[in-house]
Design a protein around this ligand. Structure first.
Ligand code: CTP
Length: 365
C-alpha cells in the first residue's frame, strides 16, 4: 500500500489488500475505490496521467510516479441472472453499499487513504481475529457459487474455517446447484485454489462435495497424496492434476493442452502397462500432469518411471548405425526400440554394448 501516495477522504483501499495487510501478508493486487466520481477525481490528482477510462464501470487507470494504478468507483451490484456476472448499479454510491455487495466479511474491509482508519461495517476485523470466513448474507452463494471455491481458497491460504452458518448455506447450495453459472469464473478460482497445492484443499473439495459444482457425478477422494510429487516436479497446471481426476469436467472451459492432459490420463488408465518398455514409451510422450494424475492409480509405477526409467537414454545414434553399413530406414527406429527395451532392464549398458546389440538386431556378424 505504501506505493500509493494519494490521500483523499473519499479514496479507500478495499478488499483483499486491507485483509492481507492486517494478516501481515503481501498483496499483489491493490484495489482502490473512490466514493463518488472516480474519473473526475483522477483528473485532479497532481502529476497523474490518465491512461485509460472505463466509463460504464466508472473505473480509471492512472500513471503516477511511473506506477500504473487502477481506481474504481464505488458501486452496488445485483444478480438478475444468478451465477453469472452481476449487473453494476449506482456508480459512485456510498462506500457502505459497495462493501455490502462483497463475498466475505474478511474481504469487506476498507482503509481510508487519508486517515488510515479501518472501516468495518460487517465485523470483518473480528472474523480475521477469529480466523473465520463468513458470508455477508444468505443469498451469497446463490448469487455467485464461485464464492464456495473462494471460501475454500481463503480457508487454505490463511488457515481459516467457515463459520457454522456459512457452512450450512454452502451445504444447502451444494444440495441444489444451479448449473447455469459462469464456469469460466469457477475455473479461475479452482486454478488459484489448487495452485496452493494442498492435499487438504483437495480433501475438503471432495469431502464437502464442492466438486459437485462442476458435475453431480459422485467422486471419492483418492488415497494417494500427490503433494510431494507435485512439489518435486513443479508442473504448470497443478489445478488440473486434482480437478482432472473427477469423472466429468466437460462443463469447464479447457484449453487444448488442458484437454490433452485429461484425455491422456484417461487413456493410460485403460492401458495395460506390463513392461518397462511399455511404461517408458507411454509416459515419455505425456505431459507431466497426466503422469502425476496416474499416480492416484499406480503410485509405484509412476515413481519407478520418474525416478529411474525416464533418465535412461541411448548413446547409440543413427550415425553409428550408418557406420555399421545400414542405410537409413524405419528399421533404425525398430533397432533403437530393441536396444532401449534391453537398456531399460539394464541401464548399465554402455555404448559398445549397444552397438553389439545393434549388430545382433541387423544380423551383422
Ligand atoms: N469479490 C466478491 N465476489 C467474488 C469475487 C470477488 O465479492 N466472486 C470481491 C471481494 O470483496 C474481493 C474483491 O471483490 O476482495 C476483489 O476480488 P479478487 O481480486 O478476486 O479477490 P481478493 O480478495 O483480492 O483475492 P486474491 O488475494 O486471491 O486476489
Amino acid at each position: 500500500m505504501d506505493i500509493i501516495n494519494i490521500h483523499d477522504k473519499n479514496l479507500f483501499f478495499i478488499g483483499g489488500v486491507v485483509r492481507d495487510e492486517l494478516l501481515g501478508k503481501e498483496s499483489f493486487d491493490i484495489d482502490l475505490t473512490y466514493q463518488g466520481d472516480a474519473i473526475e477525481f483522477a483528473k485532479t490528482i497532481d502529476g497523474a496521467e490518465i491512461v485509460q477510462i472505463n466509463e460504464p464501470f466508472g473505473t480509471v487507470r492512472i500513471k503516477l510516479n511511473n506506477e500504473e494504478i487502477d481506481i474504481a468507483a464505488t458501486r452496488s451490484e445485483s444478480y438478475p441472472q444468478k451465477g453469472h456476472l452481476p449487473e453494476v448499479q449506482n456508480i459512485g454510491c456510498l462506500l457502505k453499499e459497495d462493501i455490502l455487495r462483497r463475498d466475505f466479511t474478511i474481504n469487506a474491509l476498507a482503509k481510508s487513504t487519508l486517515t488510515g482508519e479501518i472501516i468495518d461495517y460487517t465485523n470483518g476485523l473480528e472474523d480475521i481475529k477469529n480466523k473465520t470466513i463468513r458470508v455477508l448474507h444468505d443469498e451469497s452463494f446463490i448469487d455467485d457459487p464461485t464464492r464456495i471455491v473462494r471460501g475454500l481458497k481463503f480457508a487454505i491460504r490463511f488457515g481459516f474455517e467457515l463459520d457454522e452458518h456459512t457452512k450450512k448455506l454452502q451445504d444447502e447450495y451444494l444440495k441444489n446447484i444451479n448449473y447455469d453459472m459462469s464456469f469460466k469464473r469457477l475455473k479461475k478460482e479452482l486454478i488459484e485454489t489448487f495452485n496452493l497445492n494442498s492435499t487438504e484443499a483437495f480433501k475438503r473439495f471432495v469431502e464437502q462435495g464442492i466438486y459437485k459444482l462442476i458435475s453431480p457425478k459422485e467422486f471419492e477422494l483418492p488415497k494417494t497424496n500427490l503433494e510431494n510429487l507435485i512439489n518435486k516436479y513443479n508442473p504448470e497446471n497443478i489445478w488440473l492434476i486434482y480437478v482432472g481426476l473427477l469423472p466429468d469436467i466437460s462443463n469447464l472451459p479447457l484449453t487444448k493442452v488442458e484437454k490433452t492432459i485429461v484425455e491422456n490420463y484417461k487413456k493410460i488408465c485403460n492401458t495395460n502397462l506390463t513392461s518397462n518398455f511399455d511404461i517408458y514409451k507411454t509416459f515419455n510422450e505425456l505431459n507431466i500432469e497426466s503422469i502425476l494424475m496416474y499416480a492416484t492409480q499406480n503410485y509405484g509405477l509412476v515413481t519407478h518411471y520418474l525416478d529411474n526409467l525416464q533418465y535412461v537414454k541411448l548413446e547409440i545414434t543413427g550415425k553409428d548405425l550408418h557406420e555399421l553399413g545400414m542405410n537409413p530406414s524405419p528399421k533404425y527406429q525398430e533397432c533403437f526400440d530393441y536396444i532401449l527395451a534391453q537398456k531399460l532392464e539394464n541401464p548399465e549398458l554402455n555404448k559398445a554394448q549397444e552397438i553389439q546389440l545393434a549388430k545382433t538386431f541387423f544380423n551383422i556378424i
